[in-house]
Design a protein around this ligand. Sequence first.
Ligand code: SF4
Ligand code: SF4
Length: 68
Amino acid sequence: MPTIKIESEKCKGCSLCIDVCPYELIRQERTINHQGYQYVVLADPEEQCTGCTLCALMCPDICIEVFK
Ligand code: SF4
Ligand code: SF4
């Protein structure tokens, strides 16, 4: 199944990837990473991710890797 991996320690919590995911599979955590940002995580219990790569392309900090 396609999925993504997000490097939470690099994430700056800008939420661009949240806005771009067509299935709303990315959400922001309340806790912060070592940089002090509320990082994001994949929330895809029904395995809806299609591996479309939109989130990875949008991320300015190259935190997201897509597995097809
Ligand atoms: S690869 Fe596409 S479907 Fe999967 S989380 Fe990213 S934007 Fe959403
Ligand atoms: S686009 Fe990148 S830096 Fe911004 S919230 Fe998503 S993973 Fe984090």
